[in-house]
Design a protein. Structure first.
Length: 292
C-alpha cells in the first residue's frame, strides 16, 4: 500500500556518500526529514550525524527504515534496488536516470513479487510538504496547500507548482512516478492514497503521451472520484516521427493519442487542461471561482 513519508518516517539513503547523495542528505536534514541511515562505497562511521552501513540488510536490522531513496549510477541501480527489495523495505525510490530497459523490468518484477512499492527509475521522489522530502525535488519551490500533484516529467511538474504559486495555491503532496517508459508504479495506488488523505482537496496529474497509464487512470477515476482531478498531458504539437516506433507503438500522430486520452478522462469526469500555460488558471478558476 502506498503512503506518504512524514516527519517521523525512518528513511534510508542508498548511495549517501556519492556527490548527489551528500547534497540531497544535507537538503533533507535541513527540511526536517528523518534520515536514519545511509549505505555507500565509503560507508564508515557517520555522515552529518547519520550512521553508515556497508549493506542495506545491516541498516534495516539496526534502524528499521520504511523508505529507501537510491542515488546510484545506471550501472549500479539494479543491484541497489534488488538489495532494498530483498530487505523488504516497503517504499523504494530510484532516482537514477538512464537505467537500461531490461534492468528496469527486473526492478519492476522484483518489487511486485516482494509486494513492495517502487517509484522510478528516474523518479524525483516524494515531497510531503512541510513533512519530509524523499528524493530530489526543489523544496523551496513548494508552499503548503491542499492540492496534490502526481507526474511523469519533473520539469513540467515544477512548472505546474510555479503556476499554482502564482495563484496562491499550495501543495499537499507531490509524487514523481518517473519519466522512463517502464516504471515501477502507476497513478492508481497514489490516487487511492490521496483519496483517503484529509489534507488533499484536489489532485493534479501531469501525464505522458506514451503508454497506457492515463487510460488506466481514466478507468479507475470513473469509478472512484471523491476529489476533483485535473489532467495535463504534453505532446499535442509533436509531429509524426519518421523513426521506428517505441516499444511496438504504431506510427501515429501524438495529437491523436492525446485526443483519445482526453476523451476517456473527460468522460470519467476529470478536468482536462489543453495547454501548459493554463494549468494554474484552470485549477484556480475551478476551485475558487474566478481569477484574482
Amino acid at each position: 500500500m502506498f503512503f506518504f513519508p512524514n516527519k517521523k518516517t525512518p528513511i534510508l539513503f542508498q548511495g549517501i556518500t556519492s556527490t548527489m547523495g551528500r547534497y540531497q542528505t544535507e537538503k533533507a536534514l535541513h527540511y526536517g526529514t528523518n534520515v536514519v541511515a545511509g549505505t555507500g562505497a565509503e560507508a564508515l562511521g557517520k555522515l552529518n550525524g547519520i550512521p553508515l552501513y556497508k549493506t542495506v540488510a545491516q541498516a534495516v536490522r539496526a534502524k528499521r527504515p520504511k523508505v529507501s531513496v537510491i542515488f546510484s549510477t545506471p550501472q549500479k541501480a539494479l543491484s541497489d534496488v534488488l538489495e532494498a527489495v530483498k530487505a523488504k523495505i516497503p517504499l523504494i525510490i530510484c532516482t537514477t536516470e538512464h537505467v537500461p530497459m531490461h534492468d528496469a523490468l527486473k526492478m519492476k518484477w522484483a518489487a511486485e513479487r516482494a509486494k513492495v512499492t517502487l517509484l522510478g527509475p528516474s523518479s524525483a521522489g516524494i515531497l510531503n510538504v512541510n513533512q519530509a522530502i524523499a528524493g530530489t525535488m526543489p523544496t523551496p519551490l513548494f508552499k503548503a496547500g491542499n492540492i496534490a500533484l502526481i507526474g511523469r516529467s519533473s520539469s513540467l511538474m515544477f512548472e505546474a507548482v510555479s503556476q499554482l504559486n502564482s495563484y496562491n495555491l499550495g501543495i499537499s503532496q507531490c509524487v514523481s512516478l518517473g519519466a522512463d517508459h517502464l516504471i515501477g508504479t502507476t497513478f492508481i495506488p497514489i490516487l487511492q492514497a490521496l483519496n483517503a488523505d484529509k489534507s488533499t482537496k484536489a489532485i493534479l496529474v501531469v501525464g505522458q503521451v506514451h503508454g497506457l497509464l492515463e487510460e488506466e487512470l481514466a478507468a479507475f477515476y470513473a469509478k472512484n472520484h471523491p476529489k476533483k482531478l485535473f489532467v495535463y498531458i504534453p505532446g499535442r504539437a509533436l509531429a509524426r516521427s519518421d523513426k521506428a516506433p517505441l516499444l511496438g507503438m504504431k506510427s501515429v500522430l501524438f495529437s491523436d493519442v492525446i485526443e483519445n486520452k482526453k476523451q476517456l478522462l473527460t468522460r470519467a469526469k476529470a478536468i482536462w487542461i489543453d495547454t501548459p500555460d493554463k494549468i494554474g488558471k484552470t485549477v484556480f478558476d475551478t476551485l475558487k471561482g474566478k481569477k484574482k
